[in-house]
Design a protein around this ligand. Structure first.
Ligand code: G4P
Length: 325
C-alpha cells in the first residue's frame, strides 16, 4: 500500500512559507520524536535550506530516550542545525527554544534586530499545543483531526523574539513507503487515507524485531520475534476478545487496538526509526522514485513523438546515423 496524501490547502501553505521565509532568522521544524525522519518535510527543507534550522523532537515522552539522543546527535552534527527534545508536559518550553535560536542566529536580538522565527510541522505533531503553551492561553486550535488550517499568526515570546506560525500544513509526496506506515501509525494521516490492518501489520513487524519485550508484556504474548506479523495480529485480537462469528478474530478491531495502544504510549516508549534506518529507507525510496520518473518521462516522450510534437530521435545503424523524420 502506498499512502498518498496531499490536501489542496498544502499549496497555500507552501506559498505562505515562501513569502514569509525572506524575513526569517531561524526555522523551527517540529518533528515527532517517535519518527523524526518520516515526520520531517523534504519540501520544507528545500524551501528553507539557506536558513538555520532548529529541530524540535516533540512528544519525547512517548519516544525511546536512547533513540531520541541518537537523533539529537545526528541533527546536531549537521551544519546550521540544532535539535532539542520537547514534550507538552514541560511547563516552560520558551527558554529552551529561545536559547537554541540564539545559538543559531547569534547576531539577532534586541529591539532593533528582533529574532524572527518560523515554526512548521506536519499535522498532529503538537504545534498548536506548543503554541498555546507559549501564548499562555488556548488560542490555537488543537484537535485529533489531521490538517486543521488557520491564518498566519505572530506570537511574541519576548520583546525581541517573534514566532510566526504557518497557516495549515505542508505535506510532500511520500516516497518512502515505510514513512507512510509510520506516519499513519503515529496519527499524522487522516483515518480515511490508510488501511488500519496494513498499518498494524507493519507496526507489529517492526515491534517484534525491536521492541519484543514491550509487545510481550503489553499483550501477554510469548516469543513474538519468532512469529509473523499476521500471527501476532491474530494473537492480539484473541487476547483482547476482538472476535466475530464464533472464534474468528476481527482483524480490523485488533488492528485498531494495536494502533491505539501505540499512539497512547501504552506499549512503552517506542521510536519507529533510527537515523541509519531512515537514511537507508530514503535512499531506496529516492532510487525507486527516480526510476519511476524515468519511466514516466519515456512514456511522455513516446506520446509526444506519436503526436509529432517532437521529432523521432535519430537511430544509429552500422555507424551511420539515420535521418529522423
Ligand atoms: P498540531 O497542531 O501539530 O496538529 O497538533 P496538536 O497540538 O493539535 O496535538 C495533536 C495531539 O498530540 C493532541 O492530542 C495533543 O494533546 C498531543 N500532544 C501534543 N504534544 C504532545 C506531547 O508532547 N506529548 C504527547 N504525549 N502528546 C502531545 P489529542 O488526543 O489529539 O488531543 P487532546 O485531547 O490531547 O488535546
Amino acid at each position: 500500500m502506498a499512502i498518498q496524501w496531499f490536501p489542496g490547502h498544502m499549496h497555500l501553505t507552501r506559498k505562505a512559507i515562501a513569502e514569509r521565509i525572506k524575513d526569517i532568522d531561524v526555522v523551527i521544524e517540529m518533528l515527532d520524536a517517535r519518527l523524526p525522519g518520516s515526520s520531517a518535510n523534504p519540501m520544507l527543507a528545500e524551501m528553507t535550506s539557506a536558513k538555520p534550522s532548529l529541530k524540535v523532537l516533540n512528544k519525547q515522552d512517548l519516544a525511546d530516550p536512547a533513540r531520541t539522543e541518537a537523533w539529537i546527535a545526528h541533527y546536531s552534527a549537521l551544519p546550521g542545525v540544532q535539535a532539542i527534545p520537547l514534550d507538552a508536559s514541560m511547563g516552560a518550553p520558551a527558554r529552551a527554544l529561545v536559547q537554541a535560536c540564539h545559538v543559531l542566529a547569534p547576531n539577532r536580538g534586541g529591539m532593533a534586530k528582533p529574532m524572527r522565527v518560523l515554526i512548521c510541522g506536519i499535522p498532529n505533531v503538537g504545534k498548536s499545543t506548543l503554541i498555546n503553551t507559549l501564548k499562555g492561553k488556548r488560542a490555537a486550535k488543537t484537535g485529533d483531526e489531521a490538517g486543521v488550517t488557520k491564518q498566519e499568526q505572530r506570537i511574541t515570546i519576548a520583546d525581541d523574539f517573534y514566532l510566526y506560525d504557518t497557516p495549515g500544513v505542508l505535506w510532500p509526496r511520500i516516497i518512502v513507503a515505510k514513512s507512510g506506515y509510520n506516519l499513519a501509525a503515529s496519527g499524522a494521516i487522516g483515518r480515511n487515507a490508510f488501511n488500519e490492518e496494513e498499518v498494524a501489520l507493519e507496526l507489529l513487524d517492526y515491534l517484534r524485531q525491536h521492541y519484543a519485550a514491550e509487545l510481550e508484556a503489553r499483550f501477554k504474548l510469548r516469543s513474538v520475534a519468532e512469529q509473523t506479523d499476521e500471527q501476532l495480529l491474530e494473537a492480539v485480537g484473541r487476547k483482547r476478545g476482538a472476535l466475530q462469528g464464533g472464534a474468528k478474530v476481527n482483524l480490523q478491531k485488533a488492528a485498531e487496538i494495536v494502533i491505539h495502544e501505540f499512539r497512547a504510549g501504552s506499549l512503552g516508549r517506542i521510536t519507529l526509526e533510527t537515523p541509519d534506518e531512515f537514511s537507508q529507507w530514503l535512499s531506496a525510496g529516492q532510487k525507486l522514485d527516480a526510476e519511476r520518473q524515468i519511466k514516466k518521462d519515456a512514456i511522455e516522450h513516446a506520446r509526444l513523438v506519436r503526436l509529432k510534437k517532437i521529432p523521432r530521435p535519430a537511430r544509429v545503424q552500422d555507424g551511420h546515423e539515420e535521418p529522423s523524420d
